[in-house]
Design a protein around this ligand. Sequence first.
Ligand code: SF4
Length: 397
Amino acid sequence: MGLTTPAHAERGHALLGASKASQWINCPPSARAQEGIPDTRSEFANEGTAAHELSELILRRQLQEGADVDRLDREIETFETVEPYYNAEMGAAVAAYVEVVEERFMDAKARSADAVILFEARLDFTEWVPEGYGTGDVVIIADGVMEVIDLKYGKGVPVSAIGNPQIRLYGLGAWSDYSYLYDIHEVHGTIVQPRLDSVSTEPLPIDELLHWAERIVKPAAALAHAGKGDFAAGDHCRWCKIKGSCRARADANMAALAYEFRDPVTLSLEEIGSILHVAEQLSAWAKDVSDYAFTATKAGQQVPGWKLVEGRSDRKITDKNQAIQLFSEAGLVPEKYLKPPEILGIGKLESSIGKKELVEILGGLIVKPPGKPALVPETDKRPELNSVEGDFEGEDF
Ligand code: SF4
């Protein structure tokens, strides 16, 4: 059990929560379809909650006017000692996030001396979304420009602020709550994903933000709240609680499967390109359906044609100390039964020592050899490799 506060852990449980906005905007009935299904909190979610808590403590200590610095120092120290999810990687990631917030706040103060910063601000966007409240990690308010900043601690899925409905809704709520005090003409939504070294900002003139809210959000939210509208599958299914058993998603994927093969005998490269897109989507869906069937079967339900069996397992030694003693008594030299000590992988070293510290200690010993060529959709942000076959000759992949 960590030190995470309910305020952090219990975020995002509203029917039309901002964090689920891409789902209910694109597939309005998905909100009611997931009602009552309990959240399964993952280790990653708990880790993220802990990182949010630490960042709030540090930000309050650094930037809050009249902060009780001694008390916050003690709380930070306790957190770093007691919180099971805390490690050097979390310390470094939170420090990188805090640096971005500090910079943005200094910029705001340079523009407008009376700029204010709010932490864990409750934001109200009920004018567009029924029961639409959210919690902004950081809101910076200054004349002219308002900025909302969100920390994403995960590193599995890159998240950008560009076109992101969650950060836009926070911006909308912040504008709605504070525009009577300040003359705001632009809202900046920023997402910091420190473990991917990513900071993205979407600056939106307030007219554009309000236009989006009226034209896109309001009608979708009304449908979603009423449990109406059309189911529509897409990238937004990734975090849906019924993604493994949703009929609309199955229909969309089965339709994608019904590829019409025509002459000539072999497919053209254009057709291959389309099939690869479909295959990616199908493999994600197949995994979700399989996970769903596994959970149902484990809970005692019967999926016709499938059964649970014992998986493969490896033999193991029950008492390693006793085994070492027995090897030694048998007259074996340690090289015969002990592994030589080995340096941890870079990711684990970063977690145990810290990203910056690791670079300080090892410096030029850390290199990044060229990666093996990979075929990815053209929307991938990495630059394209020269595809002349000879360019890869001599590379040891
Ligand atoms: S899985 Fe996708 S299509 Fe189905 S309800 Fe969820 S978001 Fe909508």
